[in-house]
Ligand binder design. Structure first.
Ligand SMILES: Cc1cc2nc3c(=O)[nH]c(=O)nc-3n(C[C@H](O)[C@H](O)[C@H](O)COP(=O)(O)OP(=O)(O)OC[C@H]3O[C@@H](n4cnc5c(N)ncnc54)[C@H](O)[C@@H]3O)c2cc1C
Ligand code: FES
Length: 252
């Protein structure tokens, strides 16, 4: 049984933080929580990545995009919340490597928890935080603090450099020597990142945020084509080797 610790806290335009006691102290960066919002409408649970996890409390950042997230935003008090977590396969955690984390929009959420664990394992954490505009940047200070090098970019140039995640990645890719690149954001952005980092010595891990049905491997609603056949993003992922994904089919 999970308990919402406090009502949702607005962290930037249209984005809210939830703190939920799930009664479990272990999870892996890139795993997600499946939240039942409302009784019958929406019918399906909604998946959200774990932004942070301390003791039994997970934190989630969600962006309001539709019915479920609108209801979630309007929860006005702490109390019982129907949550299944942690679920799925998260990112791999390397040691003593030079890493680059690239987040687009709310896709930055799982990368904060990842950055913390990578730092604890003596990796160099280079972070590229990309957003539409400065209004959509949450917890910039936290990301700066956890990073050895921090790059900020917005599409309209209102915060940090002007440019998209792919624009800046193009510059960072040249002669970078990153051992591993982790990314989460819109599929089109992640497909672009995979194209940009072509050096086969640089591993690329992506976290997919395609549509989920059950979230526990039963419905195939999250099926994704890979070079090893069809995978279910909810149980085989959401974190995958970016080079195995058939991006063409995902972007259709
Ligand atoms: C593994 C995973 C982790 C995720 N982590 C986060 C997170 O940390 N924070 C966060 O804000 N969101 C996250 N998402 C996306 C989140 O699940 C959806 O935004 C949410 O389910 C929308 O619910 P809704 O009822 O508000 O929107 P709906 O009413 O269902 O849809 C509203 C609009 O949003 C679009 N939409 C809904 N879901 C998605 C999706 N998965 N991808 C693209 N467009 C979508 C619909 O096409 C529609 O236009 C994650 C998704 C997955 C699969
Ligand atoms: S969402 Fe049902 S199998 Fe993945």
């Amino acid at each position: 049984m999970a308990t919402l610790i406090d009502k949702p806290l607005e962290v930037c335009k249209d984005h809210y933080l939830l703190k939920i006691d799930i009664g479990i102290s272990l999870s892996h960066p890139g795993q997600f929580a499946n939240i039942k919002i409302g009784k019958n409408d929406p019918l399906l649970r909604r998946p959200f990545s774990i932004f942070d996890h301390k003791e039994n409390i997970i934190e989630i950042i969600f962006k309001v995009v539709g019915k479920g997230t609108e209801i979630l935003k309007n929860i006005c008090k702490a109390g019982y919340l129907d949550v299944i977590a942690p679920l799925g396969q998260g990112f791999s955690i390397t040691e003593n490597k030079n890493t680059l984390l690239i987040g687009g929009g709310v896709g930055n959420a799982p990368l904060y928890y990842l950055a913390k664990q990578l730092k604890a394992k003596n990796n160099i954490v280079n972070y590229l935080y990309a957003a539409r505009s400065k209004d959509y940047i949450f917890f910039e200070d936290k990301y700066r603090l956890i990073s050895n090098t921090f790059y900020l970019a917005t599409d309209d140039g209102s915060g940090g450099r002007k440019g998209t995640a792919c624009d800046i990645s193009g510059e960072l890719a040249g002669g970078s020597g990153y051992d591993i690149v982790y990314t989460c954001g819109p599929a089109i952005m992640m497909a672009g990142i995979v194209r940009i980092f072509q050096n086969p010595d640089t591993r690329i891990e992506v976290s997919l945020e395609n549509y989920f049905g059950c979230g526990i491997g039963l419905c195939s609603g999250c099926a994704v084509e890979t070079n090893a056949g069809i995978k279910r993003a909810c149980v085989d992922g959401p974190a995958f080797d970016g080079r195995v994904i058939d991006w063409g089919s995902l972007l259709q």
